[in-house]
Design a protein. Sequence first.
Length: 355
Amino acid sequence: MALFSTPPRSICILRLSAIGDVCHAIAVVQAIQRHWPTTEITWVVGKVEAQLVNALPNINVISFDKKAGWHGIKSVWQQLKSHRFDALLDMQVALRASVLSLGIKAKYRVGFSKNRTKEGQWLFTNKHLPNTDSIHVLDNMADFARYIGVPFTTPVWDIPLTAEDNSIAEQYIHQPTLVISPAASKDERNWLAEHYAAMADYAATKGLAVILCGSPSKREQQLGQQISSYSQTPITNLIGKTTLLQLTALLRAATVVIAPDSGPAHLATTQNTPVIGLYGHSNPARTGPYLSQPYTVSVYQQVAEQHYGKSLGELPWGARVKGSDIMPQISVAMVKEKLDSVLKSSPVISNSQPK
């Protein structure tokens, strides 16, 4: 039986990071809003990710700055001290999030199922999702909606974008365009710069313009410069030149996106843009672009099975592998094949227009 038979007065969402996981959570939160439009939603979210959540209507956003340490935690508690929620949906298993949840008052404190939780989250919650066989992170988050009484089938996102958000896309996208977001959160999860460059050259033969995007970090800037230097094709390098919402608009206007396991892959998914995800260190069935699984290029299974000495089906749900020798195993030919599939199934001209 569902936790609520009538709409609750208020719900607090606790999902701090990362951008991709926040994208998954947005689909769940917006499903709750559609089903219970009178329920007040408060979302405690990371400082960077708050840029995205602040764009959503009818959500009280509490920004948490993890770099502020204990002061950041106390700041959240201070902002919520007069609130008592009908339910706290604790969508993050990290110990930091669990500690933060101690200062959030709620009748029901809902956590992940016991076969998906870790870092002692069950000690901080009084309700737990039923055990699940679902693999993808988004499907596991969707169980929060179902548990409290909200139907959830297919994820739907509605992220409002302003004229300012759309300005970069309008300035730079005037034809079918491949957007490459080359950097993951760790360098070992990046594809090779020369391989990205080869895909830029190949995309040009298909009539696509090529744009690079990413954060202003030094390592991403350097990667972008390397890709441009290897490529024989003119590339527009917008790495570090967009806000998070401008990046979202850019990905919306793209024909197709190539990215490793990273936030932009999931941002593009929220905009219904096909994503060719490049995976080696984690299972794309668990963390890949939700709507673009057929276009994923992955060497995870063979690498993980060799590393653990077990079949994929025998591996723990969150099993990862490490190593800088993994992503180079993804060949340019493998990615070319997926790009051909995307362009064949989605007419380039129509897909490059605003969706």
